[in-house]
Design a protein around this ligand. Structure first.
Ligand SMILES: Nc1nc2c(ncn2[C@@H]2O[C@@H]3COP(=O)(O)O[C@H]4[C@@H](O)[C@H](n5cnc6c(=O)[nH]c(N)nc65)O[C@@H]4COP(=O)(O)O[C@H]3[C@H]2O)c(=O)[nH]1
Length: 596
């Protein structure tokens, strides 16, 4: 509620504010107008033009923003600041509005005397004469250049990759749509290329993400240098780039020649090493190439097909270009079918393990490597090469790997019941996806506990690439299992980074020399040097060495001579069933092996 005193005060002040005479009222009104004008001038660009658009008044702000002097502005029309950004129809519409006596509102991009562009939010108010026709126009403009820049930046960010500045997936889809439409009109073919760096993950893992980013930026520049300005280069994923070539040729054969030549140029351009602040990094590229014309299916289908071609290129090994063709589609679809089959195969009990002996210098088995096989209902017996990669990519390796562990531990339990085989241990291959799973150690432990085996008879085979992501975590994981007694082997040694720094830190028991080095023994000087170096290194680190893929006596003799203590290969036995394992090495010999 208002108090009586407050009401009295209000009345008094109202009486004081009321000017005594008309002169005073006029003076007050003029002062208010002056203040308003000053405020307007401080904030806005104000100009007055005559009915023809010739500037008759220009305020200080207009001069300041346009960088023209008042003398230069007065007598000119607004064409003096025309930036050429807007089409003629834009100004025709503007004039149509104001000359009919209506107010026009809108955003205009102008050019200052020094060439810089500036944006103004503009209101043009016609002042009508006694005949109702405009006599002059007052335009009030607010400088919105900063807002416009922010908007442009936001738009740019929404359509471009923040790291490289290349088009992103959204802009690529837009360009692809446009290219398809123009191809429909011109009948010229276009080409879509999906590019994937073969070794990007390694660069990131070995040298860190900032170097990985630097590599991506350099790659973006090289790609841009290869294409025409009208083509599109986009980055659509970590190390995935897309190139869209348009208006190639009406003749499909000619168009594919152009596209293929471009793919080769890209491969060549990326083939030379990248200099990352003194660090010389090589890089190779796999390319999936697809030719299309206006009659082709939608953008999504095109991307899918180019992706299939890329998949095929990567399958063929590094540094390949693969052109999409419909048979490829069939083969990929059959792979997809295989994934579906893989999903059901565990429940249908279609997998089994074979065991390959790892023998001592006296050729007695001391250890068995479990190797998986899939008895596919229609495709027959499949080796791991046909499905392990698919299982990894689809994530099914987690349940498959668990099955392998369980089956291998069951086998250990069987062998443990027979004295002659009770000392046999089993090595199980672990895939990267399995090992990197946070629950890996717990999963292994639960299988060991469930089967009741002696954990020191279980050896897990890991590969070098697994330690590139986070060595500290890997060590902890291995240590927790090693505390139970589980052993670890490093498989395919020599084919990865073979970094001594991590080799020293990992809790390993065994190194397995990759088959590719053993193959060349004893003839190849290089292979001999690598193998003997690994043997010496392992001895220094207190690790056992297993030579893989020993196929003949000369290889065996060489390895034996150089101090190798364990051997695996067809010379001693191919992968075989558990029953065959026991009969292949009958108890009498096993007893000798046990007494070694
Ligand atoms: N030419 C030749 N080959 C020999 C010789 N000795 C052994 N091999 C083959 O070399 C592979 C050795 O296994 P790996 O290097 O661990 O390589 C394995 C391993 O990386 C993977 N793998 C096998 N079983 C499993 C599994 O249960 N889980 C996972 N994650 N991977 C597995 O599949 C790869 C291939 O297995 P397999 O086809 O069984 O092929 C086996 C074996 O049959 C030889 O003297 N000459």
């Amino acid at each position: 509620m208002q108090s009586s005193q407050a009401v009295t005060d209000h009345c008094n002040s109202s009486q004081e504010a009321e000017p005594a005479s008309a002169d005073q009222r006029l003076a007050l009104a003029l002062k208010e107008l002056k203040d308003l004008k000053a405020a307007l001038n401080a904030h806005a660009i104000v100009a007055v033009t005559d009915a023809r658009g010739v500037i008759t008044q220009a305020n200080e702000k207009f001069c300041e923003v346009s960088r023209y002097s008042r003398d230069e502005l007065i007598g000119s029309t607004h064409r003096i600041v025309n930036s050429g950004t807007h089409p003629r129809s834009f100004f025709l519409q503007l004039w149509k509005t104001i000359s009919s006596g209506q107010i026009w509102n809108g955003e205009i991009c102008n050019r200052a005397k020094d060439g810089a562009l500036y944006w103004v939010q503009t209101t043009i108010v016609p002042q009508l004469g006694p005949d109702g026709r405009p006599e002059q126009y007052i335009s009030i403009r607010a400088d919105i250049t900063q807002r416009k820049r922010a908007e442009e930046q936001a738009l740019h960010l929404a359509l471009h990759d923040a790291l490289t500045g290349l088009a992103n997936r959204v802009l690529l889809a837009e360009h692809l749509q446009r290219t398809l439409a123009s191809s429909r009109r011109s009948r010229r073919h276009g080409a879509l290329m999906l590019l994937d760096l073969d070794n990007f993950k390694d660069v990131n893992d070995r040298f860190g993400h900032s170097q990985g980013d630097a590599l991506l930026c350099q790659i973006a520049l090289r790609l841009l240098a290869c294409v025409r300005e009208t083509d599109t280069v986009a980055r659509v994923g970590g190390d995935e780039f897309v190139i869209l070539l348009n208006e190639l040729d009406t003749d499909p054969a000619q168009a594919s020649v152009h596209a293929y030549a471009m793919a080769e140029r890209l491969r060549e351009s990326l083939g030379s090493t990248f200099d990352l602040g003194g660090l010389l990094v090589p890089s190779t590229l796999s390319i999936g190439l697809l030719l299309f014309d206006g009659s082709s299916d939608g953008t999504e289908e095109l991307m899918k097909r180019a992706d299939m071609a890329l998949y095929q290129a990567k399958e063929r090994g590094r540094n390949n270009v693969c052109v999409f063709d419909p048979t490829l589609q069939a083969s990929i679809l059959s792979q997809t079918g295989l994934i579906d089959d893989l999903r059901q195969a565990i429940q249908r009990d279609e997998f089994h393990l074979l065991y390959q002996p790892v023998v001592s210098p006296l050729q007695q088995p001391q250890d068995w490597e479990a190797l998986i096989r899939w008895q596919h209902p229609t495709r027959g017996l499949l080796a791991p090469a046909a499905f392990i990669k698919l299982a990894e990519e689809s994530g099914l390796i987690l349940s498959l790997g668990q099955w392998v562990l369980r089956a291998a531990c069951e086998q250990l339990t069987h062998w443990g019941r027979v004295p002659a085989t009770a000392h046999w241990s089993v090595a199980v291959n672990v895939s990267a996806r399995q090992f990197l799973d946070p629950a890996f150690a717990a999963r292994v432990q639960s299988v060991i506990e469930g089967s009741g085996i002696n954990p020191s008879l279980l050896r897990l085979e890991l590969t070098e690439s697994m330690f590139l992501t986070d060595i500290e975590k890997s060590i902890l994981k291995m240590q927790s299992l090693r505390a139970l007694g589980v052993q670890f082997a490093l498989d395919d040694f020599g084919t990865g980074y073979s970094s001594l720094s991590y080799l020293k830190r990992l809790p390993l028991d065994q190194l397995k020399v990759d088959r590719s080095f053993v193959q060349g023994l004893p003839g190849s000087r290089e292979d001999a040097a690598i193998t003997t170096t690994i043997l010496t290194l392992a001895r220094t680190l207190g690790l056992q060495v297993v030579a893989e893929g020993v196929e003949n006596k000369a290889q065996f003799d060489f390895l034996l001579q150089h101090g190798c203590s364990a051997f695996q290969g067809y010379l001693f036995g191919k992968p075989m069933s558990a029953q065959d394992a026991a009969s292949h090495f009958p108890p009498a010999r096993q007893a000798i092996a046990g007494s070694e």
